[in-house]
Design a protein around this ligand. Sequence first.
Ligand SMILES: Nc1nc2c(c(=O)[nH]1)N[C@H]1C(S)=C(S)[C@@H](COP(=O)(O)O)O[C@H]1N2
Ligand SMILES: [Mo]
Length: 223
Amino acid sequence: MAEDRDIPAPPETKLTTTKQRWAREGRFLTGRIARPETERLPPGQHLVRDWPVLDLGLHPRVQREHWRLDVDGAVEHPVSWDWAAVEAQPQRREVSDIHCVTTWSRYDNAWDGLATRDLLDIVMPRPEARFVVLHSHDGYTTNLALEDFAAEDAILAHSWQGKPLTSEHGGPLRLVVPHLYFWKSAKWLQRIAFTGEDHPGFWEVRGYHNRGDPWTEERYSED
Ligand SMILES: Nc1nc2c(c(=O)[nH]1)N[C@H]1C(S)=C(S)[C@@H](COP(=O)(O)O)O[C@H]1N2
Ligand SMILES: [Mo]
């Protein structure tokens, strides 16, 4: 079970207020179901070539020298890594598409970093671990089922298109889970906690879907 730490509550901004209204109104829903095998662009999405920045408006600047990542909770081998320890892990590259719930998608993003599966091999989730909570330096949290976190192409990324992730895009380290809407891909990772119970995160308690599958348009929660 994740114990709560003293992380300040993130601010309510114009953007977060607008996005909560979209959730209430069911904005952008098409009711169409698409298949990733035959279609590349999920329903209700449009393609962009630039890469928009989306977050709560806080861009925490964490220097690599002072950076740490804690991985704990229901695992056999919790770790607390500094930057050198992350660099010493097996490195992988995953090329994937981004689908943001605000309807933009971006193809062919090359991410370098540590595959979540390799992390799981190291920390070894205990049998009761069924969920993962990502905690970030801006106070943001998001939750994932363990099997979504463990997806083959999910990666803890330090680089994008061969260059270190900029601070506005979540550097030094962010999560990327390509098969779910991009709000699940936490920027500025600080802590990864494995839990037995689900803990809905920042957007999940503000009207957004608990899972967020773009192909079935799991944009908003039902109630
Ligand atoms: N820590 C943190 N991670 C976050 C967010 C945030 O506000 N804080 N926003 C999420 C949302 S809603 C999106 S769409 C993506 C945007 O990532 P980008 O700015 O690199 O495009 O980050 C996700 N991860
Ligand atoms: Mo988003």
